[in-house]
Write a protein that binds this ligand. Structure first.
Ligand code: ZN
Length: 686
């Protein structure tokens, strides 16, 4: 097979020279938007939290009837790398839905095999850049439009148009700043990947030409992939959005002013400093609510909620869940710095739910939500939590998605456990219409059954260190979310929460408003714990090893050889009374998986005594023998369940006393585990 490098070279050779033929311009409606004002955004500004090297001044007008978005942006970009830039690279994400041959569509079909590619023509989306100009301080603008071409750095797909490379007229040296004006038109699709429109509901994310990240090694500007998200530098966003008069707008940042226009439209002006993306939503149907988060040691946050009318009764739950995230993430890791956050409750079947953007996120209200079931809270806490892991600590989500999703999934579960009790598992049958609460099944973070359930079938797929966009699409989320949450939770149990909390807080404080890589996290784990845990990360991150310890056999014989009690997994039961003599007990524990982790072995005897052994877990098996006045009742490996990554927990214990009540209890536990599996098969976590 050709290597990706060769494929990319071939694709580059085949690239069609891109131009501005009027045929590629989308439908126009109404007068052009007001001209963008060149932004006085040349960073670094005093008091800036971030480098502010990619700032945008945008004006855009939405025509909801034709689903057309027409925009102009002035990008102020400063080269903060060590490399000289001879070209700029931009993400044009909407082109993922331009045709069925985009990389996003190909991967989506590969991973899920769903019927998205059978959508009618009107449901597709695209973005066309009409003009690109470099603006000079004292010189006339230089048109760069004809210097642009599509590139496909990840897979060489010549039909993919999600990355635009623009050759510059003159290079940009390290430290130098340029201003670039871009005009574009796009068709808003029916929602794909949480951006788009359904009826009068518009959610606009990844909607403007967004510059990639220039690293010392060159441009980091990936194509849009079906299983991964985004990566961008921090900046200031100054955005004017024109929509029909009377429509409600929610956006990253906060509103500065609004003005009505003659043509029955209103322009909403939003502004936000020190963020790396900008998303917005508009609809005439939103209900608006607002509350304030207050805390003795954390700064206040104004919470704005845009709610679907049919969910009017659920405002409290969204606010409470957002408060929980702001509180616990704030106490554990560090303060939310922006002072405001917007919670968007997306329209029914809009497909826009459960997604994070700076200072704004979409929740996921179900139609009916029984009290005591944390499902809407879980989504809201998770997406609010992304303000910290993604929004503030801004890792590359194309390459290391686990770094935000995994840390956030772990943090979500911990917050839910702290803030919402009881936490009943709930499943919605019949397409989500019937809420059903199983009061017997409390999602227990102690066993992390839901995380394990998702991870287990994917455990042997990609090593986590593989760039996320190259994961097998069908198991990408299990490795990104579930596996990370499980190994972090394992670390919590191995090191203790005070240590893990200090690790996470140190990582947050040191890497906020920057772009950390995996090794940056591992270095902090080692530093703060005072241990070299490279052996752990070699296994959980750099390999696809699975962990599985089990008790292979337990026997307990009366000394002298007459009495016999238990044998292997096919044990026979013989109820002998204790003769008062001594008993020889043998326990064999085995390591069935490649993964190695230190585990305890706990043997319990009939007289209530126990023996606890510490096994380094390295050999493939270990025999423990005892000569005691009582026979053994049970043996357990990892009795405290530290190793939550163990893919087969049912073989971890072995019992030699199947009394009648014991049997019933075992049966009911097995039934509960089965039920939990069924529930979680249909549940999903975003
Ligand atoms: Zn997430």
């Amino acid at each position: 097979m050709p290597t990706p490098r060769i494929l990319a070279a071939v694709a580059t050779a085949l690239l069609v020279v891109w131009g501005t033929s009027p045929a590629t311009i989308g439908p126009q409606a109404g007068p052009p938007p007001p001209a963008a004002q060149p932004a006085p955004l040349d960073a670094p500004a005093p008091g800036a939290l971030t480098p502010r090297n990619a700032s945008y001044s945008i004006t855009a007008r939405l025509d909801p009837v034709t689903r057309t978005l027409t925009g102009t942006e002035i990008l102020t970009w400063r080269n903060i790398s060590q490399a000289t830039a001879s070209e700029l690279r931009f993400h044009l994400y909407y082109n993922a839905w331009r045709n069925t041959d985009s990389t996003w569509m190909r991967e989506r079909t590969l991973g899920r095999g769903d019927a998205l590619n059978e959508r009618p023509e009107r449901d597709w989306g695209w973005i066309d850049v009409r003009a690109i100009r470099r603006l000079g301080a004292d010189s006339p603008p230089v048109t760069l439009t004809s210097r642009a071409r599509f590139v496909a750095p990840d897979d060489g797909n010549g039909r993919d148009r999600t990355v635009l490379a623009v050759a510059l007229d003159a290079p940009v040296a390290p430290g130098q700043t340029i201003n670039v004006e871009i005009e574009w038109t796009s068709r808003v699709p029916r929602t794909f990947a949480r951006t788009g429109a359904v009826g009068n509901f518009f959610f606009l994310a990844q909607w403007f030409p967004k510059i990639g990240v220039l690293e010392d090694e060159g441009w980091n500007c990936h194509q849009f992939h079906s299983a991964t998200e985004f990566f961008a530098d921090f900046g200031v966003y100054d955005v004017r959005l024109t929509v029909p008069a009377g429509w409600i707008v929610g956006a990253t940042g906060s509103v500065r002013d609004r003005g009505d226009n003659p043509a029955g439209t209103t322009t909403h002006h939003y502004y936000q400093e020190d963020v790396h993306d900008f998303a917005w939503t508009t609809s005439p149907d939103y209900l608006e609510r607002s509350e304030r988060f207050e805390h003795p040691t954390l700064p206040p946050v104004e919470m704005r909620l845009l709610l679907q009318p049919e969910h009017a009764g659920q405002a409290r739950r969204h606010f409470d869940a957002t408060r929980a995230a702001l509180r616990y993430y704030g106490e554990w890791y560090g303060a939310y710095p922006y002072g405001h956050v917007t919670i968007v409750d997306p329209a029914w079947q809009s497909g826009a739910g459960g997604m994070e953007y700076p200072t704004l996120f979409t929740a996921g209200s179900a139609w009916l939500a029984p009290a005591g079931v944390t499902r809407p809270e879980g989504v809201t806490v998770h997406e609010a939590g992304h303000q910290f892991w993604f929004g503030i600590v801004a890792n590359n989500e194309f390459e290391h998605a686990w770094l935000d999703e995994g840390l956030n999934t772990f943090s979500t579960a911990r917050t839910i456990e702290q803030a919402f009790t009881p936490n009943y598992a709930a499943e919605r049958y019949f397409g989500g219409f019937i809420p059903w609460t199983f009061r017997d099944v409390v999602i227990d973070r102690a066993t992390d059954g839901n995380r394990l359930h998702g991870y287990r079938p994917a455990a042997r797929s990609d090593a986590q260190s593989t760039p996320t966009f190259r994961y097998w699409p069908g198991s990408a989320s299990a490795i990104t979310y579930n596996k990370t949450a499980l190994w972090l939770h394992t670390l919590e149990r191995h090191l203790g929460w005070p240590t893990l909390q200090r690790i996470m807080a140190t990582f947050f404080q040191r890497w906020k408003f920057r772009h950390p890589k995996p090794q940056d996290f591992f270095d902090i784990v080692n530093e703060v714990s005072g241990q070299d845990l490279t052996w752990f990360f070699d296994q959980v991150h750099r390999s696809s090893y699975v962990f599985d310890y089990g008790v292979a056999s337990l026997t307990s014989r009366e000394a002298g050889g007459r009495g016999f009690f238990g044998e292997g997994r096919d044990r026979t039961f013989s109820d002998r009374t204790n003769s008062g003599g001594r008993f020889q007990t043998s326990v064999v524990v085995r390591r069935y998986g490649e993964g190695i982790f230190p585990v305890d072995v706990l043997v319990t005897f009939e007289d209530g005594e126990t023996a606890r052994e510490r096994w380094d877990g390295r050999d493939r098996w270990r025999l423990y023998e005892y000569d005691r006045p009582a026979r053994a009742v049970s043996a357990q490996v990892d009795p405290d369940r530290v190793l939550l990554l163990d893919v087969a927990y049912t073989n971890n214990s072995y019992t030699l006393a199947p009394r009648a009540d014991e049997a019933a209890r075992k049966w009911s536990l097995a039934w509960l585990v089965w039920l939990q599996d069924v529930l979680l098969t249909y549940a999903f976590f975003v």
